[in-house]
Design a protein around this ligand. Sequence first.
Ligand code: HEM
Length: 173
Amino acid sequence: MKGTIVNCLKELMKNKYGKEKWEQSLEDAGIKGDTVFLASSDVPDSAVMKVVQAACKNLNLSVSQLGDAFGDYWVNVYSQKMYRHYYLKHKTAKDFLMDMDNVHKIMTKSMKNAQPPRFTYEWKNDGTLIMHYNSRRSLVDFLAGLAKGVGKYYHENLKVVKLGSARIQVTFP
Ligand code: HEM
C-alpha cells in the first residue's frame, strides 16, 4: 500500500495520542523507527496490517474505533493539504462518495504499483446507499470511518453501518 496511508496514521497518532504510542506500534510491527513513509513508497500490506493491529493494542481501541479516528483525520486534516480540490469540487457527501471510485482510479493511474480500493454503488432506496468495497486488504473499518469523516466534512449527519467485510451502508439525512 502507498506510504501516504501509513504516514497519515503516523501523523494522527503522534498528534492525538503521543509519539511514544506510534514508536511502540512500529516496534511491535517490526518496522524500524526511522523509516520514512513517502506518498509514493510501497509499504507491504502485511506490514500495514501489523501496524494497525499494534496501534489498536497500544491505544486500547478496536479496529472500528481506530478506523473512525483515521477516517476523520484523513478527510478533515491530512488530505485537505494535498487533495483539497477534490472536496471543493463537490457540494454534498453523497456526490463526493459517489466520485470516490473514480478518484481512486484516476489519481493512482500514474503511481507505480498502486492497487487502490475500488467501489461499486447500489441504492437500497432513495436515501440509502450500499458501497461495495473491492480490495484485497481488509480495511472495511477504515472505509466506514472515512465515510463518517466525509459526513463531518460536509456537515451532514450520515448514518454509516458496516455490512460484513466488503460493504458499508450509508444513510443520508
Ligand atoms: C480526496 C480524497 C482521497 C484520496 C486522494 C484518496 C487516495 C487514496 C490512496 C492514494 C490510497 C492508497 C492506494 C494504494 O496504496 O494503492 C487510498 C487508500 C484507501 N482509500 Fe482513499 N482517498 C481519498 C478518500 C477516500 C475516502 C473518502 C474513502 C472512503 C469512503 C477512501 C477509501 C480508501 C480505503 C479503504 C483505502 C485503503 C486501501 C484499501 O482498502 O485497499 N478514500 N486512498
